[in-house]
Write a protein that binds this ligand. Structure first.
Ligand SMILES: Nc1ncnc2c1ncn2[C@@H]1O[C@H](COP(=O)(O)OP(=O)(O)OP(=O)(O)O)[C@@H](O)[C@H]1O
Ligand SMILES: [Mg+2]
Length: 457
């Protein structure tokens, strides 16, 4: 067996016997040919990847068809990188060890980055209607990102990917929403808690120090459809914070295995743009308790979250609040829960809140409901969430229209449509049932009894 066989790639850089020209003695002609093939494949992978990224970035948000032409280039980049990995000889000249080491790291990033980008773009292709791809050059509703600048690319592929992560995080910043705290019916205690912990400290930070320092972690939890997300949106409208609207998809699915990098990037940018609020919706889907089947990447994301969170709490000057929402708080990792000392239970609406919700819903629709009828409806709807109530009102509002024959609909004005009455709503109640089961409700209440700081109704 030749000695070359025993000299692995990893030992060449440190082996004094293989320095300078001496090394060439151990490198066979066959190795030299393989090394040349290695460099050729690396160069091709690099060129294809950069070309693909140029097209991808320049067309992102503007021209899906052009953006999709990056797919074959990513495929080429990935296969060239894999071919390079296969071509790498066992023995290499030490004079080239550093360069080869760098290339090898590039290959790993290139393969995983290209693979993930291909899958993202194929998803985009599936999501875009074929008629659209054939004609239009702009997808509505997609925010135009800042493209990667040449400088970032020169710093290497890792820098370019980092700037992609940065762009993804910047894309989650919400400037303002059309929801304010006053649009939220009921949940008075939760609104008050948010005012105290988030809104007031931003108005006069000097007052809120020492014992009055605002908490950094607030968890909103409760059955679905009762305004957790809506409350966070209302806080975003207050305007004094940079508001990051994060979901598991932003962090986990972009570059598989790069979730922890996204998490780091998120806190870095939040720190840069403070005062900031990081809102993590459906936090249980990202930071649930450690399970048996959990893969390494989600554990790394969770660990990174804990580290970053501790980073913001130990630096008293940082003004970053993490606001999270979930309807499954019992699934959360205890270490994660501990970071949210303020836990606000947002329960199903009380009879009073249901009365106000009915009143608000029908305020813009012609209806003949008296105050006492609204009260009776509120009494009938124990167990309904706000979004269930909204569905009931919508169903009831359709009833008068359904009575009009189709040929009259075309010319009918508001005057021809009768008012929505009590019976319409009662009928709607038999069609729309509460979405939250009694069992789930009970489980959440028990949980709230054990761990909520602010139970609200
Ligand atoms: N307190 C409220 N006042 C007025 N409307 C509400 C309220 N709560 C919920 N709604 C209505 O129900 C819809 C759903 O609310 P939202 O998405 O905030 O619920 P959620 O608690 O986040 O639910 P999930 O747990 O399923 O995410 C809102 O868009 C809004 O129209
Ligand atoms: Mg929600």
């Amino acid at each position: 067996m030749s000695i070359c066989f025993f000299i692995s790639f990893f030992s060449t850089t440190n082996n004094p016997l293989l320095s300078g020209n001496q090394t060439m003695a151990a490198v066979t002609e066959y190795d030299r040919k393989r090394l040349k093939a290695f460099f050729d494949h690396v160069n091709k992978a690099r060129k294809c990847l950069y070309d693909a990224m140029d097209i991808d970035q320049a067309a992102k948000g503007k021209d899906v068809r052009t953006q999709l032409t990056a797919i074959p280039l990513y495929v080429e980049a990935q296969s060239s990188a894999e071919a390079a990995q296969k071509a790498l000889p066992k023995v290499i000249p030490s004079s080239q060890a550093d360069k080869i080491d760098k290339d090898r790291r590039f290959l790993v990033t290139c393969i995983s980055g290209a693979r993930d980008r291909i899958s993202d773009l194929r998803q985009l292709q599936r999501d875009s209607p074929s008629s659209f791809l054939a004609s239009s050059s702009r997808l509505p509703g997609i925010v135009e990102p800042t493209t990667i600048q040449g400088g970032a690319k020169k710093k290497g592929i890792a820098a370019a990917f980092a700037s992609q992560a940065e762009q993804d995080i910047l894309g989650t910043i919400v400037d303002s929403t059309n929801v304010g705290l006053s649009d939220i019916v009921g949940n008075e205690d939760a609104k008050q808690a948010l005012r105290e912990t988030v809104i007031l400290p931003a108005l006069n930070p000097a007052l809120f120090t020492g014992l009055r320092s605002p908490v950094r972690g607030i968890l909103l939890f409760g059955p679905p459809g009762n305004g957790k997300t809506m409350m966070a949106k209302a806080v975003a409208s207050e305007g004094s914070y940079t508001f990051f609207n994060i979901s598991a998809a932003t962090i986990m699915s972009k570059w598989v295995g790069e979730g922890e990098k996204m998490m780091r990037e998120l806190f870095r940018i939040a720190r840069e743009r403070q005062p900031s609020i990081i809102f993590i919706d459906e936090i249980d889907s990202m930071l649930s308790a450690r399970g048996e089947d959990e893969n390494g990447s989600s554990r790394r994301v969770k660990t990174e979250f804990l580290l970053q969170f501790d980073g913001i709490t130990t630096t008293s000057n940082d003004r970053i609040v993490v606001l999270a929402a979930t309807n499954r708080p019992f699934d959360l990792d205890e270490a994660v829960l501990r970071r949210f000392p303020r836990r606000i239970f947002i329960d199903l609406p009380s009879a009073e809140a249901r009365f106000n919700a009915f009143k608000a819903s029908f305020s813009a629709t012609k209806c003949s409901l008296s105050a006492s009828e609204l009260r009776r409806l509120a009494d009938h709807t124990e167990g309904y969430s706000f979004s269930d109530l909204q569905a009931v009102c919508t169903e009831a509002a359709w009833a008068p229209l359904r009575e009009l024959p189709p040929h009259r609909i075309q010319r009918a004005s508001d005057r021809d449509v009768r008012a929505v009455n009590f019976n319409d709503v009662m009928k709607a109640l038999s069609v729309v049932r509460p979405a939250t089961s009694e069992e789930t409700r009970q489980k959440l209440r028990e949980y709230a009894g054990r761990s909520a700081q602010i139970p609200t109704r």
